[in-house]
Write a protein that binds this ligand. Structure first.
Ligand code: HEC
Length: 101
């Protein structure tokens, strides 16, 4: 029993450490408030595509591409201004949040 508790505690720290490195999901949730109108309150999709469950690295890559002015889908002009205001850490945090949903 004691060993189980220690193992779970260690696993918890490892998980937390990984998440903190990849991005802060709690901060991402706060930033995502400006996105819910188009992507849904649980990132389930709406005007914009579903983001929930996509790998964090994919979300970061796409946001970077929008910010860089790359033509993505047919509605790029709607999304590009949203990405333009995000810093690298905003992107990492948002990606950590949406990938956790
Ligand atoms: C005005 C509506 C709107 C808002 C607000 C908005 N988006 Fe989008 N988003 C879109 C649309 C529409 C697309 C698809 C654009 C295209 O055709 O390339 C998109 C695409 C995306 C994609 C690529 C998804 C994929 O699978 O291809 C990501 C990631 C994304 N948005 C993240 C965000 C984040 C993060 C925010 C908040 C900072 C945000 N969006 C705010 C409308 C919006």
């Amino acid at each position: 029993m004691k060993n189980t508790i220690i193992a779970l505690t260690v696993a918890g720290f490892v998980t937390f450490g990984t998440a903190a490195h990849a991005g802060d999901a709690a901060a991402g949730k706060a930033s995502f408030a400006t996105c819910v109108g188009c992507h849904g309150s649980s990132a389930e999709g709406g005007v914009g595509p579903k983001l929930a469950g996509q790998p964090a690295a994919d979300i970061v890559k796409k946001l970077g591409d929008y910010k860089a002015g790359k033509q993505m889908g047919p509605m790029t002009s709607m999304m590009a201004p949203m990405a333009a205001g995000l810093s690298d850490s905003d992107m990492a945090n948002i990606a950590a949040y949406t990938s956790s949903l």
